[in-house]
Design a protein around this ligand. Structure first.
Ligand code: ATP
Ligand code: MG
Ligand code: FE
Length: 338
């Protein structure tokens, strides 16, 4: 039967129902961004309470639109880590409740695995992304290069030594006086600027491996802003050009560390950035691989990817016990594999 997915690891409350073949029967996302904007970032306790407030209505909504009763489901999948523990407890407990009351299997989904398996959703790619492929996860909380070798089999090739790339966008945007979350605002401002007018560093570019570092770039932006001679749009353009160049360089190195990869996949909120996408398209073309960039609504946090990860795990016979505890930290290399 169809699978209900629940996402509540950060500041998006989301629910979705997918048919066993991956067709999306109904989906809904409630973004709490506005609730947190006046604090300049996600407030964990507020987020947990908002998940509790919105989740029942979202689940009822998708079930209604899919025309299903809980007993028609084949399973329930809920994000159970990594993320903010309050939200994880809300979503995982709600999902377990529905599963337990209706005699359904429960899948405790790793949020990073859900991002990693998104390109395998039927309909995104002809035939779906086949293992192995290289994933660049570029979001507000994560910044990693991962070799996706099979279900539950992930090799982290590189990660950030300090800030995640979305976090770097948000911090640079804040320095430029833009509202939080600043990534999309910074991209808009950068369109009016000239990157060549402000020299900014490109951290780790050309270095061995595929780790990232953004704190030095952020400091350079702070210094350029404080100096007061460069136009904000030029600083924004230079920052974005620097990030795109670094991400492309890291991706090139990561591909060399993932022989046999059939595609370069980019996911996370920063995958919405057109400069980053263009730079990665170049890298993929250079390696003779397709660049898979799911539509933005599937790159940012959503429940379609959670339900899909649930479907893949149920197919492989992998379910989780009722006492599975949500994990605020849950690295990709600690997952169960078939
Ligand atoms: P997680 O890391 O757990 O997935 P998150 O909510 O921080 O959590 P996303 O929702 O995937 O991550 O992405 C949000 C991030 O993406 C923010 O940092 C935001 O600024 C950034 N972002 C969104 N659109 C753009 C854009 N057009 N350009 C640059 N950054 C962007
Ligand atoms: Mg978010
Ligand atoms: Fe995410």
């Amino acid at each position: 039967g169809p699978v209900l997915g629940i996402e509540s690891s950060c500041d998006e409350t989301a629910a979705a129902v997918l048919a066993p073949d991956g067709a999306v029967l109904a989906e809904a996302v409630f973004s709490q961004t506005e609730d947190h904007a006046r604090f300049g970032g996600v407030v964990p306790e507020l987020a947990a309470r908002a998940h509790l407030l919105h989740l029942p209505g979202l689940v009822a909504g998708v079930m209604g639109r899919a025309g299903l009763l809980p007993r028609d489901l084949g399973g329930v999948a809920a994000t159970s880590g990594p993320g903010l523990i309050g939200g994880l407890i809300v979503g995982a407990s709600y999902g377990k409740g529905i599963a337990m009351a209706n005699g359904l299997p429960f899948v405790a989904v790793n949020h990073l695995e859900a991002h990693a398996l998104t390109p395998r959703l039927p309909g995104l790619l002809p035939g779906g992304a086949a293992f192995p492929y290289l994933l660049l996860l570029l979001s507000g909380g994560h910044c990693q290069c991962v070799a996706v070798e099979g279900l539950g089999r992930y090799r982290r090739l590189g990660t950030t030594l300090d800030d995640a790339v979305g976090e770097a966008f948000d911090k640079a945007a804040k320095l430029l006086g833009l509202p939080w979350p600043g990534g999309p605002h910074l991209e808009r401002l950068a369109k009016e600027g000239d990157a060549s007018r402000v020299p900014l560093p490109r951290p780790l570019l050309g270095r061995q491996g595929c780790d990232f570092s953004f704190s030095g770039l952020k400091t350079a932006v702070a210094q350029a802003v404080a100096k007061g001679t460069a136009a904000p749009a030029d600083i924004a353009a230079a920052f974005q050009a620097s990030v795109a160049a670094v991400v492309a360089d890291r991706a090139r190195h990561a591909l060399a560390m993932a022989p046999g990869a059939t595609a370069l996949v980019v996911s996370g909120g920063v995958a919405a950035n057109s400069a980053v996408r263009e730079a990665l398209a170049c890298v993929a073309a250079g390696a003779g691989l397709p660049l898979v960039a799911p539509p933005v609504r599937l790159c940012t946090d959503n429940a379609v990817m959670v339900a899909w990860a649930g479907i893949e795990r149920l197919r492989a016979g992998l379910t989780d016990p009722w006492d599975h505890a949500p994990r605020p930290r849950w690295p990709l290399d600690e997952l169960a594999a078939p």
